[in-house]
Design a binder for this molecule. Structure first.
Ligand SMILES: *Cc1c(COP(=O)(O)O)cnc(C)c1O
Length: 393
């Protein structure tokens, strides 16, 4: 189908909840994408941080094709080799003890919140349920994760929303502390606020929050839906902050394009949710886990993670070397990079970049967000930067 026809169908039949770019992507290879009219792009979006192995990665294609030819789904009422293997890999690579599989980031965060509430109710009764999240955070679109999201603009129209969420400063520890009272059971943080504008939290702040909460048995929960699975140059970003969380959520990059989410629980709450207390029909199905297995076999290698760090540093340096007055700052870790620009001009930049064959994301009010496939080459980075040089003059 050609773009005009696809576009006409969508405009008539699909709920208009997204501001879409005016192209339809149909094919990809490495970090390159092709639209319905055959135009080629360098992808700095990865389908919002999802396609970490890029497109047509051999290990992933083989694994997924093999799984499709055997069994795609069998429900959580049966044992599953791919799930067992992904669980083993995740747990042995982290300070966590057990994992629950979901289908998305929001769903993983729901599981994280349920675990925190149950842990607190088991140990302290029903009056210790409040969850502190950070201003400008983003945790998902379900009713509860919306309420966990520390940005009011997401809440309007949808009240009543679940109770028990409190928003604290993402940088001022003294302000943060004022929200921790005897009713608080957990705090949730993103190490780098992704949707909020690619804003890395201060390491000292994170360490202080973690220590303060641990002293009070307030669970330290880290939302690694965007930052996880090698995105920032370590399997999870919390590793670079020197903390040991009690619960970690993951999703986006984990399946490399097949929907999957995960809740990783440390020792404290590894056995908090018992049979019948949580579940999901599709969660961690065979196809999703098989794809995740392929993703981890590639991404969770020291040399691969080191390359992500190096390519991230290289991309940041190249952007800074443009000395463009249009670039206000460059933030982020690994291949999760935010470029601060004039908010009025941002959508124009995105459009011009697309015309020149470079796809980028936005975040917050004034940020161009770059989440390239982790397999992107230096040559592709150079080419993308050359286009950015022309557009961000
Ligand atoms: C994308 C994102 C989510 C929501 O994930 P979905 O898969 O869209 O439900 C939650 N938390 C963070 C930090 C995210 O970036």
């Amino acid at each position: 189908m050609h773009f005009d026809e696809i576009c006409a169908y969508e405009k008539q039949y699909v709920m208009q909840t997204y501001g879409r770019n005016e192209i339809a992507l149909v094919n990809g290879k490495g970090a390159h994408l092709y639209d319905s009219e055959g135009k080629e792009y360098i992808d700095l979006t990865s389908g919002i941080g999802v396609n970490c192995l890029g497109y047509q990665h051999e290990a992933q294609v083989q694994a997924v094709c093999d799984q499709v030819q055997h069994l795609m789904h069998c429900s959580n009422l049966f044992y599953s080799e791919p799930m067992a293997c992904v669980a083993k890999e995740l747990i042995e690579s982290t300070c966590m003890s057990r994992v629950f599989f979901a289908n998305s980031g929001a769903e993983a965060n729901e599981g994280m919140i349920k675990t925190a509430r149950k842990y607190s109710s088991d140990h302290y009764g029903n009056d210790r349920y409040k969850i502190v999240t950070l201003r400008q955070s983003f945790h998902g679109r379900t009713m509860t994760t919306l309420m966990a999201t520390g940005q009011d603009k997401f809440h309007q129209y949808f009240y009543p929303l679940p109770e028990g969420f409190v928003y604290a400063s993402a940088s001022d520890f003294e302000e943060f502390k004022t929200h921790i009272d005897e009713h608080v059971c957990a705090v949730i943080m993103e190490m780098i606020q992704g949707e909020g504008g690619v804003v890395p939290l201060d390491q000292e702040f994170v360490k202080q929050v973690s220590a303060y909460c641990k002293e009070r048995d307030v669970l330290v929960c880290v939302d690694e839906v965007q930052t996880g699975i090698g995105r920032t140059g370590t399997l999870f970003c919390y590793e670079q902050y020197g903390i040991e969380p009690d619960i970690v959520s993951a999703a986006k990059g984990l399946g490399g394009g097949v929907p999957i989410g995960a809740v990783l629980c440390g020792e404290k709450c590894a056995d908090t949710l018992q049979a019948g207390q949580h579940g999901s029909t599709f969660g961690g199905n065979l196809l999703a886990c098989r794809s995740a297995q392929a993703v981890l076999s590639v991404v969770n290698q020291p040399s691969f993670l080191q390359e992500v760090k190096e390519k991230g540093t290289y991309l940041k340096e190249q952007l800074l070397a443009l000395h463009s007055p249009a670039i206000h700052d460059v933030r982020g870790l690994g291949l999760m990079i935010g470029v601060g620009v004039d908010p009025e001009k941002r959508s124009g930049y995105v459009k011009q970049l697309q015309e020149k064959g470079v796809l980028v994301l936005t975040a917050g009010a004034d940020t161009i967000r770059l989440l390239p496939p982790l397999v992107i080459t230096k040559e592709d980075i150079d080419q993308a930067v050359a286009c950015m040089k022309e557009v961000l003059k």
